[in-house]
Design a binder for this molecule. Structure first.
Ligand code: ADP
Ligand code: NI
Length: 223
């Protein structure tokens, strides 16, 4: 199968699987990550764009968050799909390695990604976790999981292992401190880091306004 035919078939498969998903892991998340990954690859040079595209498209198939924390489901589904397309084994192993290593695992854990393609896709996925879209996705996820918006009595936790991070059920605002505000300085590529700056400041402004409204102090600010 030609590379373009593999990309097209994979995009169709992922779209069918994730279309209409309600927690911010829908097809349009994948689409944005795919396009941003291609943009970052075009700026960074040296990446194999076929691998970038395949990994971006497949990165949330069988995500652990929707399989009781089991992070072996995703790579297994990716392998099965690529075997159906008769992609060679070495390439399947590379894509599975990227998909397995992509997820955020807690504030005190490493985000090391051995390949340039993996670093690009991880940056693109993380860009979609921050900024205006990041805020929207985070509250969509919190609602999907039945979490409180905010509870001042529950402090954020900087998890130092994946198990603790995965089993956390804290209010959604905590996720900003446990992940979202930490992502800017964990971008691998300078292209993504530059894009993250604006999104990061937008989230900080959002939080300032959120607390002002929460504490009924927003009337004190001049206009
Ligand atoms: P990752 O694999 O790194 O978790 P995803 O693309 O699967 O990345 O999506 C992560 C997004 O899911 C987060 O950025 C956030 O929007 C949402 N999310 C995950 N965990 C939580 C949580 N505990 N509270 C709120 N949102 C969450
Ligand atoms: Ni994702």
């Amino acid at each position: 199968m030609q590379q373009q035919a593999i990309i097209d078939a994979t995009a169709n498969y992922v779209r069918e699987q994730l279309e209409g998903e309600g927690s911010g892991h829908d097809w349009w998340h994948i689409y944005r990550v795919w396009k941003n990954a291609l943009y970052i690859a075009s700026q960074e040079k040296g990446a194999d764009t076929f691998k970038v595209e395949l990994a971006a498209l497949l990165h949330d198939i069988g995500d652990h968050k929707f399989h009781n924390g089991d992070d072996t489901v995703g790579p297994r589904m990716v392998r099965e799909w690529l075997e159906r397309l008769q992609v060679n084994n070495a390439l399947i192993a590379e894509i599975c390695a990227i998909v397995s290593g992509l997820s955020y695992r807690g504030a005190g854990t490493s985000s090391a990604m051995p390949t340039l393609e993996g670093r690009i896709v991880q940056d693109a996925d993380r860009l979609d976790a921050i900024g205006a879209i990041g805020i929207a996705r985070t509250f969509a996820y919190g609602g999907h999981k039945g979490r409180e918006l905010y509870n001042p009595a529950i402090a954020p936790v900087l998890h130092d292992n994946f198990e603790a991070y995965k089993s956390n059920t804290a209010p959604t605002i905590n996720h900003f401190y446990e992940k979202l505000l930490l992502l800017k300085d964990r971008m691998h590529t300078s292209t993504a880091h530059a894009m993250a700056e604006k999104r990061h400041h937008y989230m900080k402004d959002f939080l300032t306004q959120f607390y002002a409204e929460w504490n009924a102090t927003d009337h004190l600010e001049g206009d």
